[in-house]
Design a binder for this molecule. Sequence first.
Ligand code: C5J
Length: 223
Amino acid sequence: GRMRSRLPAEPSPIDLDPARTALVVIDMQRDFLEPGGFGAALGNDVSLLAAAIGPCRVALDAARAAGMLVIHTREGHRPDLSDAPPAKVSRGAPSKRIGDPGPMGRILVRGEPGHDIVAALAPIPGEPVIDKPGKGAFYATELEPMLRHRGIEALLLAGVTTEVCVHTTLREANDRGFRCVVLADACASYFPEFHAAALAMVSAQGGIFGWVSDTTRLRAALQ
Ligand code: C5J
């Protein structure tokens, strides 16, 4: 890749230095994408999230080829649930609660099969995986020092779900001074209208939270 890349985006193009940019792939876990996990237990049609897998793979391939830092996140809790707020565990009258046994192991618990990242997007050696108890990837994690130590100033965000964990992370990152680009096709939601609204919120008002682009434009910009 070139030293700097100009990525077409909304509301305006953004110049990125691959050495100071990280791709953050958020919560592409079986618990959200496959039947029998946390997402399904909350009553969602998990098949809607499959559309993000291919584009996430494109983003991963492009970022890896450009030598960018790649970070993966996973939402989940300790087996004793000591890091799970009772308000989160009880909310939503789920068919199965966090910690209950399911077909992919205990729901949203670290170390269980359902907590794993889907096979197509498995981290490769050298890519940090951030385990987070909340929706945002900065809350109660080492993400911020990890980014600062590497001199990262811009983030490419991908993953699920657009309006929940991607947006919360975007908002946390924005307030910490990171320039953020949401890769629209590499994100998905159980609610297509929330996905569209969440993306529109990012680039409105001159880019109040950052930029919106996609993996087709990213791949071309990094080539
Ligand atoms: C949700 C997430 N939707 N990763 N988590 O509960 O977006």
